[in-house]
Write a protein that binds this ligand. Structure first.
Ligand code: SAM
Length: 561
């Protein structure tokens, strides 16, 4: 596979392994509502934040949406659209070294993106998916590094989002940008027959109307259908329900459209079908029936899925119900005026606070297609918090309980825009009612280990426990599990133990943190192989073998990065 080269690449390809693990520090005064809601906003550089989140979310995220700086050259926006913020400049200097001064703006952007994409991939579930917004400035480079990090065979689509036209360009009015989409494992999706669908817009409006008509006309479906057609004809063409106006008949099963019952292209069978009332053979369509056999047709008639005319002179039709065709596939090209999202954000804050926010309605559609239930959605370039807004909106719409994780570098943006927007969406603003929910707000704490690889004294048992468990097993400790015993969990039949900070009650240095015969007897039992992390071990090789124990010495055998 062809790969992209750039100055600084060698320094960053494996950099994600070297990023030290940091702790997350709660900022309760910026958290909102129920901290157990599972929603999280993290303030800080996403490289460090993602590494800190890995022990909790590796392999757990269903959908990642990112909208990194497009590298347009514009530094006058609220955020820095180049790779030029002081934090990132300093990071590049450290990681790339002397070469950093020779980097072009594309080199810098690629150096910034590559290790972050490598980390992001580790968050995805086997059926997970990543969407990345980008425009012409970096799309060619991004596609190459996504191919490298996610595998070219996992490419799904390059969406083209057309916004409003501008008429001030010298050559061509560029009115679109892109959303590149890759699966974590496209083959996994195929084998599991995954299908991405969104609910057609306007459908609920039609159901509401029909319910209303049923209240008025009971089971008089002829009258209900007539009134429904009259209602459609009064709708504006921009109304999403207008697009479904061919669903204009109603029966006890629901709203349907009378569709063609003939064999596509002609040459279908022409067996006899009797009209249910006149008992005479009905008119056969010129192309023959769509069903190859009378038995199949009879099945549909029995189920009341064939719509006969008043008498045998009319060709019957097939009932296609709206509730059976609600799902629609995502189009790879779509139009959504960008100014609408800016206007809504302006209304939410009462002023302009952020340049070029994405549209929460567009993101909600993407999330609707690929997530459900309690799925986790991650956005590590959160900006104005559009992803959080979209998740809350979608949950409200379909009763889901999806959770979001947002990461934003700039403290001022994270606090005053990202978190503030989500707060207003939760509580309501102006005439807009709140959607409910909550989030935990965290900043980045200190590293877990000091420069000599020693565990920092401030580290608590639970923090080291999550870290040791996830680096040992490659999986996070289940979210609901509170690590408050030395047996952290059992993974693939192996019990993972940690002796640290006197978890067994013995605070002496050589006591509860060292694996002795007495300590072993007091450990919660696991019948099978065990991995035990402890500061020392006084058991002989034979005992370890007999007890199926693999001993790992803290801190040296805990992965630091
Ligand atoms: C293009 S904006 C995202 C806009 C967002 N999608 C929205 O709809 O508001 C990119 C954001 O990523 C942030 N950012 C840039 N580098 C980052 C990093 N290393 N870690 C976390 N956030 C970063 C910027 O501060 C900016 O707010």
């Amino acid at each position: 596979m062809p790969t992209l080269q750039w100055i600084g690449k060698d320094a960053v390809v494996n950099h994600h392994h070297k990023v030290p693990f940091h702790l997350l520090k709660d900022v309760p005064e910026l958290s909102i509502g129920d901290p157990g809601s599972g929603n999280l906003i993290v303030e800080g550089d996403n490289l460090v934040a993602l590494k800190a989140l890995l022990p909790y979310y590796a392999g757990q995220v269903k959908c990642i949406y990112i909208d990194p700086p497009y590298n347009t050259g514009n530094e006058g926006w609220v955020y820095n659209d180049n790779v030029n913020s002081p934090v990132i400049r300093e990071w590049l200097g450290k990681v790339v070294g002397d070469e950093a001064s020779d980097l072009s703006r594309h080199d810098k952007w690629l150096c910034m993106m590559y290790p972050r994409l490598q980390l992001l991939r580790q968050f995805l579930r086997p059926d997970g998916v990543i969407f990345t917004s980008i425009d012409d400035n970096e799309v060619n480079h991004l596609r190459c590094i996504l191919d490298e990090c996610f595998g070219a065979n996992n490419f799904i689509a390059d969406f083209v989002w057309e916004g409003a036209l501008k008429n001030d360009s010298r050559f061509v009015s560029i009115s679109h940008d892109y959303i590149l989409c890759y699966a974590r494992d496209r083959e996994f999706l195929r084998v599991n027959q995954s299908r991405w669908r969104t609910r057609k817009e306007g459908v609920d409006e039609i159901y509401l109307k029909v319910e209303d008509l049923k209240k008025r006309y009971g089971a008089d479906y002829g009258k209900i259908s007539k009134e429904l057609r009259a209602w459609y004809s009064g709708l504006s063409k921009n109304d999403p329900a207008w697009g479904h106006r061919h669903y204009n008949k109603v029966d006890q099963r629901g709203v349907y459209f009378p569709s063609d019952i003939s064999w596509p292209g002609g040459g279908g069978p022409k067996y006899e079908v009797l009209h249910p009332i006149t008992k005479k053979p009905v008119k056969v369509p010129a192309r023959g029936w769509v069903f190859p056999s009378w038995e199949r047709m009879a099945e549909f008639i029995r189920e009341d899925r064939v719509d006969f005319g008043e008498d045998e002179t009319k060709v019957p039709t097939l009932k296609r119900y709206l509730h059976e065709t609600e799902g629609q596939v995502l189009p790879s090209v779509f139009y959504k005026d960008r100014r609408a999202a800016m206007k809504r954000l302006r209304q939410l804050f009462g002023k302009d606070v952020f340049d070029n926010p994405k549209d929460e309605e567009v993101l909600a559609k993407l999330f609707e297609a690929v997530t459900e239930g309690e799925d986790v959605i991650l956005d590590s370039f959160a900006g104005s918090g559009t992803t959080g807004h979209a998740v809350l909106k979608l949950n409200k719409q379909d009763g889901g309980n999806r959770r979001f994780i947002l990461v934003e570098l700039e403290p001022k943006i994270a606090r005053e825009i990202t978190a503030e927007r989500v707060r207003r969406v939760i509580h309501g603003y102006g005439d807009t009612p709140g959607l409910g929910g909550g989030f935990r707000y965290c900043s980045l704490g200190e590293p877990l280990f000091d420069e000599r690889g020693q565990i920092k004294p401030s580290v608590r048992f639970g923090e080291l426990a999550r870290h040791a468990y996830s680096t040992e097993t490659g999986e996070p400790l289940p979210r609901e599990r509170v690590p408050n015993t030395p047996l952290l969990g059992v993974c693939r039949g192996v019990g993972i133990y940690l002796l640290f900070n006197g978890i067994l009650g013995d605070k002496s240095v050589d006591g509860g943190n060292v694996l002795t015969r007495t300590v072993l007897e007091n450990l919660p039992k696991h019948d099978g192989p065990k991995v035990i992390y402890a500061a020392g071990c006084r058991l002989g090789r034979e005992t370890l073998r007999a007890e199926q124990i693999t001993f790992r010495q803290t801190p040296y055998e805990i992965k630091v990065t």
